[in-house]
Design a binder for this molecule. Sequence first.
Ligand code: 6R9
Length: 650
Amino acid sequence: MTQTQPTDHIDNMLHETRVIEPPADFVARARVSREEYDRRYRQSLDDPDAFWTGVASELTWTQPWSQVLDWQEPHARWFVGGQTNLAYNALDRNVERGLGNKRAFIWEGEDGEVRTYTYAELLGEVKRAANALLDLGVTVGDRVTLYLPLVPEAAIAMLACARIGAVHSVVFGGFSVSALSDRINDASSKLLITADAGQRRGGLVNLKANADEAAKSTPTLEHILVVCRAGCDVEMQPDRDVWWHEALAGAGEEHEAAALDSEHPLFVLYTSGSTGKPKGVLHTTGGYMVGTYLTTGTVFDLREDDIFWCTADVGWITGHSYSVYGPLLNGATTVLYEGAPNHPDWGRFWEVVQKHRVTILYTAPTAIRSFMRQGDAIPAQYDLSSLRLLGSVGEPINPEAWMWYARVIGGGRCPVVDTWWQTETGSIMLTTLPGAHASKPGSAGLPMFGIELAIMTHDGQELGPDDGGLLVIKRPWPSMLRTVYGDDERYRKTYWGEIPHVYFAGDGARRDADGYVTVVGRVDDVLNVSGHRLGTMEIESALVAHPSVAEAAVVGRPDEVKGECVVAFVLPQGGQTVEPHELRAYVTREIGALARPDAIIIADALPKTRSGKIMRRFLRQIAAGQPIQGDTSTLEDPSVLERLAETPAV
Ligand code: 6R9
């Protein structure tokens, strides 16, 4: 790295001008060189059939496709007519090519327990789990909800579903009972896989108790399969509940992966949108497989002896694509860590890196900023010399955090890739390739192969260099979402209806003269709190469901560590008093702790237009403690703003 000065305080991405060349020795060994990127990128756009045929042919298909892409806007079918199995490609294929004794997973529990699985062992477990699912009556196309801590069984269950053609829907273990039951009902899941409890910061999260509560209102559920993680004494309902270990012990050892159509649904993953309830983003088999395979190998410059650690929980898309599917498809060794980054202390991540000799670390800006706050002395106590490449994902990374990550964690020798993508895109869309491109801290970089993007105005005008606008994608790509589960109209409207003929990502961005794209953040009513997407409407509906709340408006406020935090303006029901702690507990119960408001402002009125629309723009300014800017004349009562600005948050 040419520039590893201590960070200065120019921390504004719009004025960031540093350019950091990748280290020469990294460039010399890189899987993709600059010329190679240029050549392959050009081919991917000029002759996409040839390009994608080349990538997909590196994997095993039981029946070849007859057409690479069938695009009937806004619906894409990739590798049409082809048949394959993702779990086969992730496991059997690697065993067949001699990787049977290679470690697939190194799992570490929060309590320090370590379990490893070779490819052959993992395949054996997945075959048994596949048979156990079949024994419970799960068949091809059925939905299975997973509500688990980050234990190996979570990945095994995902792979077992993929192996038999059941559609998994992973619900993050931090979500509440009602969030869980809503997701089970939306997918009409037949089976729920959970654990007795998860371990978090030394305490227990009683997942089974939540599952029991949720199951009271989920008529489609037939069974609950329970992983014994914490050895808790949980109530098992006869006929309905089955222990995971017993089901697997009783299941057959042999299982042949089902040959599935390329467009067979692989999973649903719920994510927040700007309106209404969370959307079930649907991904299918062939395209998702090809997208995660390609990006994991090239973006992370993966080689035989790498130890790859993506710190995301499998409850999020990053965990799906880069803790489980992408690394396994590449035959890599992956670390899974169950716990929190600060348990028992802020050295925990670095202890994991040191202990398992992690070579590639992929984590989120919010974690990096938290570490940065704790100072350089903590990571300095650990041997981080095994690291050779660092990645960032989930939200914009501010240049100061980028520089700290490169200097303190990467020792000035590791390139940093800032990867932009979404639950909907399935795999990485924008990044620099570590041995091919210079980095510009704060800017994600260039499009991945096959990704053609533009920055546009709302009315579809393409903008030139340095103009801020909306990030759109101009053609389909293999790992794109196929629809919103059960609501194709919402799919059309949300992603292809904002601007004609392009995919609308919901992010604002700008591109510089070198083609580097800087993603600034959401342009819709979606907050990004510690890298997790939350809809303001979702939190508002949780708040107004409380009996003492008449109205609520939620906005984001910039936060040094979380990126954004939740600020709620709450109007009490006539004459009632609102207890802030009660509201926080209520939101936690309705959605989960990640949605709990950081600040609550009890208001006597909200700023509304004459037609009754809440002007969130002004609320954002008030929440951030900024002076009110903009035209207030459309407000029914502009004096509301002053009163709100003077009301202290609680
Ligand atoms: C993978 C993931 C997607 C939203 C996305 C954007 C933000 C993610 C980013 C980034 C700037 C990056 N985002 N990565 N913004 N730079 N490198 O995070 O998926 O949970 O669906 O969130 O996150 O706003 O639209 P998801």
